[in-house]
Design a protein around this ligand. Structure first.
Ligand code: Q46
Ligand code: ZN
Ligand code: ZN
Length: 319
């Protein structure tokens, strides 16, 4: 297989794009694709103060690398979830994020959940679970809350996350199976800051396949944590990703078309009724001040207050 641009030996063949490229041209091609998404969805400009949430994994570190190569000035935020599970998962991830920041002389904010809020994710999940131990629910909620709060307090304009197309398609698949209008209406490349206290959130990798990011990290020599979070195996999104991978291997491009068709339907107003319903429920949490649709305290504050008796972590929460 030969590179379409220079006819040298190709290192990657992307059936979904009918495109094969050599190392040099692939490392040029991917940043251009990301730049196209940034401008197509009007995510941010070179004048904005940008914060990227990094996990130490290939997606967020590759994205940070790409943004720096594109000339953006971007600070990082790492949330230490306190997940050890015999493999020092969180501390190893932090090392990768720190090493990346050090190598390129970038600013990395670190939030240690246990030190700041008194409990790490595994303990929090154990204390709050109702019959079924699901660390990913409390973990996701905690990350969204802390990212929003820190980015807002430090006066960044935009919060960037490394969600890739595989993540977005799996989330969309889950929301579609249950036809959850309030989630569907808020899923997209850009989540506007439509209330005080809410950050503008963007996903520049929303059209980039996970495989393309793995190739980029490898070819660009980015060191990242290769181990999965020990709780990932139980997550529903992994199951949905496997189903979608089967579909993609039979029909290259199926994931991208699933996601892009959804965005088109959303733009056409298919889910607009859900917006008003959701907006009616939102108020500011009396404890942390962040917008929430949960009655009274937001779910994050209830989780960490240790006094709640009616904790429902799957309840809709805006942040
Ligand atoms: S870190 Fe947290 Fe993920 Fe681990 S506990 Fe689940 S949500 S799998 S992206
Ligand atoms: Zn080439
Ligand atoms: Zn709160």
């Amino acid at each position: 297989m030969r590179c379409r641009t220079c006819s040298e030996k190709a290192v990657i063949n992307m059936r979904q794009h009918k495109l094969a490229l050599c190392r040099l041209h692939y490392l040029e091609w991917l940043p251009k694709q990301v730049e196209r998404s940034i401008s197509k969805y009007r995510m941010f400009t070179h004048r904005d103060r940008l914060l990227i949430a990094v996990s130490g994994g290939k997606d967020s570190l590759s994205l940070w690398d790409i943004l720096i190569r594109l000339g953006y000035s971007v600070d990082g935020l790492y949330i230490d979830l306190g997940i050890d599970a015999g493999i020092n998962y969180s501390s190893t991830s932090l090392d990768y994020a720190l090493n990346f920041a050090l190598k390129y002389n970038l600013l990395l904010h670190v939030v240690d959940i246990e030190a700041e809020y008194g409990e790490a994710i595994p303990e929090l999940a154990m204390r709050t679970h109702r019959g079924h131990y699901k660390p990913c629910s409390v973990c996701g909620l905690t990350k969204r809350h802390v990212m929003n709060l820190r980015a807002h307090r430090a006066a960044y304009d935009v919060l960037i996350t490394g969600h890739n197309l595989d993540d977005e398609a799996a989330i969309l698949f889950g929301n579609t199976l249950s036809w959850t209008g309030s989630y569907l209406v808020r899923q997209g490349p850009v989540l506007e800051a439509d209330r005080p206290g809410l950050m503008r959130k963007v996903k520049p990798l929303c059209r980039t396949y996970e495989r393309e990011l793995a190739a980029y990290a490898f070819l660009q020599g980015i060191s990242y944590i290769q181990k999965e979070c020990p709780f990932a195996a139980d997550s529903t999104s992994i199951y949905y990703k496997q189903l979608l991978n089967k579909l993609e291997s039979d029909r290259p491009g199926a994931k991208l078309s699933f996601y892009l068709s959804f965005l088109q339907a959303r733009r056409a107003g298919l889910f607009s009724d859900a917006i008003d319903e959701h907006a009616k429920l939102v108020h500011d949490c009396p404890e942390c001040g962040q917008p929430t649709s949960a009655p009274g305290l937001c779910i994050f504050c209830r989780m960490f207050s240790k006094t709640e008796d009616n904790l429902r972590i799957n309840e809709m929460n805006l942040i």
